[in-house]
Design a protein around this ligand. Structure first.
Ligand code: ADP
Ligand code: MG
Length: 384
């Protein structure tokens, strides 16, 4: 079987890099491109987001994350995606090395999260990275490590045998490798994150809080990618702290927030031709309340923040819910990328878009109507 060419990694050429850097492309507004090199990774949750996006880009259907010390000691992701070609392993952690675009024009039809080849490069500057990977047509898995000690980069490639014992092979010499029973996919292990950036490490919250932020990111991606099974656990623990099995978005919400919410959800689908957006939402009804609002917003499949939408929804629900109780809202909007602007902030992506007021008004009206209908049928008295 021939290796699919789309997974081969190449370094983007200078012209493409410069065009991307100059922001000559709408897609850049959908990413963190304005950040300086190395700035993407502020905390473990940022790293796991990049790793999850890579696993999703590789077509994975199962993603397992293992964490130690809130991700600072170990942050590991295992997927069953298409894997990385052994010959491309030395390129993976190089800046601007990507399999997702070859030329600038490819950005017009891109359907992956990544395209700039910067995430693994950034991570490898502030952590030790070890990658074990197997493509469908490779007889065995390959291991690649990029250790950063005293500013000396050492990398090596090792074959992994079916009994799990790693035997060194000549770099690139696949003939030395014996086939392994390893499944197709990739495991990326990040160790000692920020070991060489003590200031960044100091700025972090404790490991419990960093772990919660990791779980929060995983929850968002698990709900938005409900056909993918996600698991997250701590190193050495037998039980998962987060688990979603492949199913519908509602299934993923139930798995993340418990069975009580599942009975009280309203689905909303709508295509608005006038304002040019598509809405796919699942929100809680007036019979369900949370201590704090859960607001999961995706615009063109990217997890973003919008305090304007959040405020509007809080106000809307205030008329339906008892005091000090809040709603669950999962909102996925698709709109022309040209109409979206993400104002990049190191920790969150605040989004703005064309006709924002009208879209928000429409969104609130639609939800309000649905909430009122549920209210009528359940004889619930709104706390107006
Ligand atoms: P980008 O995602 O922008 O291409 P990254 O630095 O995140 O840049 O990744 C570099 C390349 O490494 C990707 O283009 C992809 O080819 C490969 N890669 C990274 N993670 C995975 C994975 N989990 N499965 C398959 N390939 C991967
Ligand atoms: Mg990426």
């Amino acid at each position: 079987m021939a290796e699919p060419q789309h997974i081969r990694i190449t370094k983007l050429d200078e012209v493409v890099i410069n065009k991307i850097a100059a922001g000559e492309c709408w897609l850049l507004t959908m990413t963190h491109s304005c950040l300086d090199f190395g700035q993407i990774i502020q905390r473990p949750a940022n790293a796991i987001k990049e790793l999850i996006e890579n696993s999703l880009d590789a077509g994975s259907t199962t993603i397992t994350i293992t964490v130690k010390d809130g991700g600072l000691k170990i942050l590991q992701i295992q997927d069953n995606g298409h894997g990385i070609n052994k010959d491309d392993l030395p390129l993976v952690c190089e800046r601007f090395a990507t399999s997702k675009i070859k030329q600038f024009e490819d950005l017009e039809t891109i359907d992956t999260y990544g395209f700039r080849g910067e995430a693994l490069a950034s991570i490898s500057h502030v952590a030790h990275v070890t990658i074990t990977t197997k493509t469908a047509d490779s007889p065995c898995a390959w291991k690649y490590a990029k250790m950063k000690k005293k500013k000396i980069l050492i990398f090596f490639i090792r074959a992994i045998y079916s009994d799990g014992i790693m035997v060194p092979a000549k770099a690139g010499g696949s003939s030395d490798a014996k086939p392994t029973a390893g499944n197709t996919g990739t495991q990326i292990m990040i160790e000692d994150l920020f070991f060489n950036v003590p200031i960044r490490k100091k700025a972090l919250k404790g490991s419990a809080e960093e772990y919660n932020k990791i779980i929060d990111i995983i929850t968002r991606y698990a709900i938005h990618n409900s056909s993918v099974a996600f698991t997250c656990k701590k190193v050495g623990s037998n039980s998962a702290d987060f688990r979603s099995i492949s199913g519908t978005t509602r299934d993923a919400i139930r798995q993340s927030y418990g069975p009580a919410i599942a009975k009280e959800l309203i689905d909303i689908f709508h295509t608005n031709t006038e304002l040019e957006f598509k809405l796919d939402a699942i929100v809680s009804n007036a019979n369900f309340k949370m201590k704090k609002m859960v607001f999961l917003l995706f615009i063109n499949h990217r997890s973003v923040e919008s305090s304007n939408i959040k405020r509007a929804l809080e106000n809307l629900y205030a008329a339906f819910l008892p005091k000090n109780s809040h709603a669950f809202c999962y909102i996925s909007l698709e709109m022309k990328p040209q109409n979206v602007d993400v104002n990049v902030h190191p920790t969150k992506k605040e989004v703005m878009f064309l006709n924002e007021d009208k879209v928000i008004e429409y969104l609130c009206e639609t939800i309000k109507e649905k909430l009122a209908n549920v209210n009528d049928s359940r004889m619930f008295t709104p706390a107006v």
